[in-house]
Design a protein around this ligand. Structure first.
Ligand code: HEM
Length: 383
């Protein structure tokens, strides 16, 4: 789908009608208007299917006023001040990830990092939402075997929770039941940890009529389906592009080594330290520019299209070139960086996912000399 829209824009220009009432917009001044204050963009039919008859569903809510008031209720749980509490949980998962990498891995061994990153992203969502590690990373066998059976094994194990991860309709129902069970379990268990659910329970106490149990479950469900695959896809993209273009991997490794020698890098890397790593930041922006984990709405802006606009992003927009983010004009590029959406519906979990990647990527490259098992092979997309 993203590649089809891209080629349609190349053929027809900045406005492409993709259905009787659907428009894909790549015109910069129209984009500013769509995401500017007060402009209401109808959400697509996919959103209404998700919503069903439930009252509180931030993701699917089509009325902009209702959406805004729902978002106000929950936004504190995802705000920067929460990150301090959540970082410790991401750190624990990063340690498990690194520990698993160390088990039985000899030099020259082939490891399915894509699969491991996926399990990591699910475990982090468990930690930050339910204060519970799902334990998916424990599925990684000690000795690296062929990747295929491992993937099927993991998939079988995950099926009761995430449904068939290739089938989004089957998946949302089972995710919601899973979230409902886990919200109840978390209430029974109690905890001192300040995960997202703790903060949502506080909102519920303060405003029980506006934010009932259904609303809590709805947010927990959203976290799982909006925050796991997306972060996994983005982390994989970062690793893939770095390994595909070893000259940029080397620049990142140099940045890591330099800071390490100066005693400015912890293990695992802290969010605050990663925020002060310009090359790491450039790498993350560039990978998500080229490979955003989501695509488009009804009168919508598709990050696959906009983030390839040469007016904003300069030459060679199809290439992975992190250095473009180190230039002075990067401010404009950040304004048109759509991987996390924009405006009133911008991703609520953006800081959380950025933190996951900021910690995992430099820590991984600090410890391991990674390269692609089949460097000539291009990755293929099933969309
Ligand atoms: C790199 C990883 C991620 C990407 C690329 C991503 C992308 C997006 C995008 C593009 C939207 C806007 C969708 C729209 O226009 O309707 C969105 C919304 C949302 N995301 Fe993320 N997301 C990521 C990670 C997360 C995480 C980790 C969480 C939760 C912990 C999360 C929670 C949400 C929620 C709750 C919304 C709905 C916001 C609203 O409607 O007001 N996301 N995400």
């Amino acid at each position: 789908m993203p590649t089809t829209i891209l080629s349609l824009h190349r053929k027809h220009g900045p406005l492409v009608r993709t259905g009787p009432s659907e428009l894909s917009v790549a015109d910069l001044s129209a984009i500013k208007k769509i995401y500017g204050p007060g402009y209401q963009v109808p959400q697509d039919r996919l959103h209404s299917v998700w919503q069903g008859h439930r009252k509180f569903n931030l993701f699917a809510e089509r009325d902009e006023g209702v959406h805004a008031s729902q978002r106000r209720l929950v936004s504190r749980a995802y705000a920067m001040e929460s990150l301090r509490d959540l970082e410790a949980y991401v750190e624990e998962s990063a340690k498990v990830f690194l520990g698993k990498m160390g088990e039985g891995v000899d030099g020259g061994m082939v490891v399915d990092l894509g699969n491991r990153v996926h399990l990591f992203a699910f475990d982090v969502i468990g930690e930050v939402t339910f204060s519970l590690r799902f334990g998916f990373m424990m599925l990684v066998p000690t000795m690296a075997r062929s990747s295929k059976p491992k993937l099927y094994w993991a998939h079988d194990f995950l099926m009761p929770y995430i449904g068939n991860w290739l089938g989004i309709t089957a998946r949302h129902g089972s995710l919601r039941s899973f979230a409902m069970r886990e919200v109840e379990a978390r209430k029974d268990r109690g905890t001192d940890r300040k995960g997202i659910l703790s903060k949502l329970f506080d909102v519920q106490k303060e405003k029980p009529s506006e934010f009932n149990n259904n609303a809590v479950v709805s947010m927990a469900t959203s976290n799982i389906f909006a925050g796991s695959d997306t972060t996994a896809i983005s982390t994989r993209a970062i690793i893939y592009y770095l390994l595909k273009k070893p000259q940029y991997k080397q620049r990142l490794v140099d940045e890591i080594d330099y800071l390490r020698r100066q005693g400015k890098l912890s293990d695992p890397v802290k969010l605050e330290e990663a925020d002060n790593m310009p090359y790491l930041q450039a790498v993350m922006y560039e990978a998500l520019r080229l490979h955003p984990a989501v695509a488009g709405t009804v009168v919508g802006v598709n990050p696959w299209v906009v983030d390839r606009n040469t007016e904003i992003f300069g030459e060679e927009v199809e290439s992975f070139r992190p250095d473009r983010w180190l230039k002075n004009e990067a401010g404009d590029m950040k304004r048109f960086f759509f991987a996390s959406g924009s405006g009133a519906r911008m991703c609520l979990g953006r800081s959380i996912s950025w933190m996951e990647m900021s910690k995992l990527i430099p820590t991984l490259f600090m410890h391991y000399e990674l390269e692609l098992a089949e460097p000539e092979k291009e990755w293929t997309m099933k969309c």
